[in-house]
Design a protein around this ligand. Sequence first.
Ligand SMILES: O=C(O)COP(=O)(O)O
Ligand SMILES: [Mg+2]
Length: 234
Amino acid sequence: MLKALVTDVDGTITDSRRRINTAAVECIRTLVDGGVEVVIASGNTVCFMDGLCKMVGTNGTIIGENGGVYRRYFDGTLQVAGDQQVCRDAFTVLQDHFSAKGTGLELYSPDYRFADVAFARNVDVDEVRQVVRNHGFPVRVLDTGFAVHLQVLGVNKGTALHELAGMMGLSPAEIMAVGDSENDIEMIRAAGVGVAVANSTGTTRTAADYVSEARYGDGFVEAVKKYYADFFSR
Ligand SMILES: O=C(O)COP(=O)(O)O
Ligand SMILES: [Mg+2]
């Protein structure tokens, strides 16, 4: 029996251009109105996610910054995992590396992040990984398809899901997780039912129990409908 749903945002309840899928919003509201807690889990910032939760209609339980922050309810205490300074140090080295080649790196919402560093995908991510590795930073480079993120090793949406499940009084086995990208792999593995939408990258698909036939938000709706009875068989 499933008691909660954790969903990624970009690429999972949106289209490829980040426009929200309205059927996915309706689907989330149906779950919420039926008493299922829906957790929004993203690489995005807390303030972005607060607005999203308000307008979609969830209770504000979130995983943000790829697991770097998490919180139960809107008024819960924000938990910050990881070490943003290490990510910032790695970013400084990357900035020097790419500016020597004439390419600037564009930070995404640096003033609103507590745990990770995010920047635009205008550079080769494999090269980013190599530079980080060569300097020995304990940092993971994540390509979400929408941004590149630097996150300290051992912190991810899966670790945050374990923590939140404890706060919710649930076992991860009672949770369904849906995602599309490499930043979702750990939470898809941690959940009782892990779903990858059809547009997911290869490693994310491999981690999933179910891969939807439809892409993006339509795939999210398809997957929730497939497991609908498991949510409401209480
Ligand atoms: O912030 C990103 O880069 C992508 O966010 P997501 O985790 O909601 O897909
Ligand atoms: Mg995504």
